[in-house]
Ligand binder design. Sequence first.
Ligand SMILES: *Cc1c(COP(=O)(O)O)cnc(C)c1O
Length: 455
Amino acid sequence: MDRNLTKVLLDESEMPRRWYNLVADLPSPPPPVLHPGTHAPVGPDDLAPLFPMSLIEQEVTAERYVDIPEDVLDVYRLWRPSPLYRAHRLEKALGTPAKIYYKYEGVSPAGSHKPNTAVPQAYYNAEAGIRRLTTETGAGQWGTALSFAAAQFGLECEVWQVRSSYDQKPYRKIMIETFGGVIHPSPSTLTAAGRAVLEKDPDSPGSLGIAISEAVEIAARNPDTNYALGSVLNHVLLHQTVIGEEALLQFAKIGVTPDVIVGCTGGGSNFGGLTFPFLREKLAGRLDVTIRAAEPAGCPSLTRGVYAYDFGDTAGLTPLMKMHTLGHDFIPDPIHAGGLRYHGMSPLISHVYELGLIEAVAIPQSECFAAGVRFARTEGIVPAPEPTHALAACIDEALRCKESGEPKVILTALCGHGHLDLAAYGAYLAGEMTDHTLPAGRLDAALAGLPTVTG
Ligand SMILES: *Cc1c(COP(=O)(O)O)cnc(C)c1O
């Protein structure tokens, strides 16, 4: 097949039928998740108030592959397999010998990779007899994805959106409501967790950590209600591996292999989803590839956080996970990439980072938006603010190739479009975007709140 195609497509019949679990191939498993009170490893019963047993099993499975249910494949077919593009026009504009590919997840109903896990999560909850799902959302992508998925399986969906994003992105709210979801700004007065934050700071911009506390509180209190998380957890990354499995098939079609893969990391799900199948190939000695995470300089959990046990939320309701964290009290500045404003990193990605299998870089938002605009003007897609971090890292690598003359193959996930993020582009184009630096003192203060875990 032609190596110079602009897009590499798969037939529906070629769509992967199983998700890949990286844990099966790692030299050591990630550290256990601990109970927030006793600090003993959590068992399935501890998680049962929030998640259906099928997802709890996926969270802890050591099996290499998990079959994708037929009903989930049926919904996936609305937009999967997603295209793999060659960025000919961006390459030309950069004058680089590098070959840049991007796997485009903006073709989904929500406009991002999030439905890849929202759909199975809704499916398994409906199968378990659950009536309603609660969740948090940052930029609004996850709330949109879960509302869509809930509608597919007859579930109600209630979403707490981080206040700063709720105010910046009114169209996400309308999209969530169009899919049948109910949305509240977080912190809200509907939960004890939200009220506690508002008492201290009535103008709190919110954070993903606070919104998680609110959604978890409602789910824990109601037996017919479960909670769904859009990133961080093993089962979420598992579902997202459909991205990387497709990309492997697409590269095989054109006889090309990537030398460098870059992705943006908030909680790590699109990054893990794209890279884990390639990491499998690398661990098996079949592929020599550099894998690099790009995170915001304003919320740099991998590059400036510590690797420690911490809560997933602000109120300390969730189990303790060993991860790269800025501290569960950390409230990031209201950067425009709302989906990357999370204090922690997926425990699985944190573990892989500790093992030295991936690299990480942190990038200020104005550099990211410059990359986003450059990409839009060449490739014609306005990227979501989150993947502009990956694009900035990608352009960086391509420019290094220009200096060295190396024709490296670079792959990135363009994990969402930015059609509902135009206000952020407006701020950038008007020269009104500021870069938030993160003083060490503020980081130290948040890290001082880490729980003490012995053993
Ligand atoms: C949610 C989101 C992210 C961040 O989440 P990850 O779990 O790190 O992928 C990144 N990009 C987009 C488009 C998102 O919607």
